[in-house]
Write a new protein. Structure first.
Length: 210
């Protein structure tokens, strides 16, 4: 092989390694998160509390949630409450799944959720903004925005009654609503045998107060 051919082969191999490394890391946190704090420490459930009978474990630096016995549901919440903030979640799931990132959660009737789901009627996908009693405040109707088998990033921004959600860098919600002005963040495990295989796997959750 000529020197030129050898050099070209090395460049191609290096580019492949770089691409693989970026892919394995999943979506990157954007610059809005300079100075943000990690709500999940990658080691244990310090700063979190459970509700219901779902199972929550930390394995290999990842937070994993599944149904409990007899398809039992449950939630996992931060012990701290937050008002105005920008938060970023990096996650993947095993389908079928009905979960999401709770925020400004005060009660099952007073909260918001950036959904992680595939909903049929109306048709919508992860990133959809849910509010108890009001159903969907904004819907992600484009399933191509979601990496169904790999890592995804959901970004939530709350300022007063202004709520915004992005999925993998694409904005899917930009609304005004005054249902809740503060509360905890958390994750949901939905009940039902149809979601028995469901698993939500969290790599990182970061928050920056505004």
């Amino acid at each position: 092989m000529s020197r030129r051919g050898l050099a070209l082969s090395c460049v191609v191999a290096l580019m492949g390694l770089i691409g693989c490394n970026q892919c394995c890391k999943g979506p990157a946190i954007d610059k809005d998160f300079a100075g943000a704090v990690k709500l999940f420490n990658g080691k244990d459930l310090t700063g979190w509390e459970t509700s219901g009978n779902a199972k929550w474990v930390v394995e290999n630096g990842l937070l994993i949630g599944t149904q409990g016995e007899n398809n039992a549901p449950g939630d996992l919440f931060t012990t701290e409450t937050y008002s105005d903030f920008v938060a970023s979640l990096i996650y993947r799931v095993e389908w079928p799944c009905n979960s999401g990132l709770w925020f400004r959660f005060q009660s099952p009737q007073k909260a918001y959720q950036a959904d992680i789901l595939e909903y049929k009627n109306p048709e919508c996908y992860s990133g959809t903004l849910y509010c108890p009693g009001k159903m969907f405040l904004a819907m992600n109707e484009d399933k191509t925005l979601v990496n169904r088998e790999g890592w995804n990033a959901i970004k939530v921004r709350c300022e007063g009654d202004h709520l915004q959600v992005w999925i993998n860098g694409h904005q899917v919600a930009d609304v005004h609503d005054d249902t809740s002005d503060s509360g905890t963040l958390g994750f949901q495990i939905h009940p039902g045998a149809q979601f028995g295989p469901m698993k939500i796997i969290v790599k990182e959750l970061m928050l920056k107060p505004l």
